[in-house]
Design a binder for this molecule. Sequence first.
Ligand code: UD1
Length: 419
Amino acid sequence: MQSIIIEGGRQLNGEIDVQGSKNSALPILAATVLLDSVSVIHNCPLLSDVDAAVAILTHLGCKVERKSHTVTVDSRGVSEYRIPDSLMREMRSSIVFLGSVLGRTGKAVLTSPGGCEIGLRPIDLHLSSLRKLGASIDERGGEIICSMAQKAENTVISLSFPSVGATENIILAAAFRNGRTVILNAAREPEITDLARFLNSAGCRIEVGSEGTVIIDGIKKAHDCEHRVTGDRIVALTYLCAVACTGGAVRLNKVNTRDFLSVLPLYETAGCRVKSDSHTVFLSMKRRPKALRDIRTMPYPGFPTDAQAPFMSLAAISEGTSVIVENIFESRFKHVSELTRMGAKIKIEGRVALIDGVRSLHGACVTSSDLRGGAALVVAALAAEGRSEINCPRHIDRGYEKIEDCLKMIGADIYRETR
Ligand code: UD1
């Protein structure tokens, strides 16, 4: 059993090169299946979810080579269209292989990804959209059995909610389909733009408009391509929360600041000094944070649900009362009971968390039950007085590459213990 041990109360100072985005890398890796060519993908984070994506690619018949943060995928040998349950279960976002396998082979058989720690996570929008594209889909015994004939038809799909995964699956299934596909009310997350940039670098014709419209003109043949995954905006926001909590001064490099520009003023509300240019952010903090007041998670460009938990740790030690409303996932407050163990005063009513900031948290033995909730515990432990032990760090490892090394580099007293 592994735990992350943190001796809290140290200021954080220095620089971090932020890893590539997990949520960009995963759909991009899935997209390589479509291309029938060689894709070189740089800045791929070293994470267990990326390992799971590589295992699926290999199973489908791709040749995959990994050298540090560069993954080369040769998808010319793709022959398989079934993904076994054991591989699907490794990560929730394996559902994005549905669009790519269907787009490449005209068939796909995989198992439903099911719910997870943060909610039910249905895929009804994915399936209804693929049906609109002409797919026939059967759901039997936990399996999703799809086939799609090539038809020359222009299609407009209007999403009732701008689902990130559904938007990605439509793009993937439509990239090589005859005719034009238009998605209305598409997700606008930066990861969608990164996926389109990747596919376009291989010759696809995908236009992501700023108002939630995506236009996909199907192509017949792609070519080899090379792409650099964008910086991880959620990892960047997590580290900034850590510094806002502990005090200190940190520069983050290799980020696309535009991807989280709307969130930066919140750190200023808390009393931080923030300076940024297109690829770096500098944050310094010299005082106890002030309450954040009112945060509501929303689809992009609103406040990201993935940053809700780390910001709750910041609110927990801020002066005054903050309110956080979680509008995207129904069970995304699992970290609250653990933060309470560290002395936080938080009340939950449905989707609303009321956080009464305390002067300081104390170290405790806590358990991470999901990725971002686990990261929130790390943030809280860095600021807490005394020693914390965070169990089940495997959840954190799904999204944060070498989190101890990154935080140690800026002065944290943090290490991993294996028992
Ligand atoms: C992606 C991100 C995740 C992030 C989320 C929202 C990846 C790998 N994961 O997840 O980190 O928290 O976007 O920004 O990129 N929904 C339905 N039916 C559907 C699809 C979604 O009801 O068919 C609901 C979900 O239950 C949820 C909401 O829509 O309540 C948002 O889900 P979605 O945008 O699809 O998130 P994911 O793509 O799963």
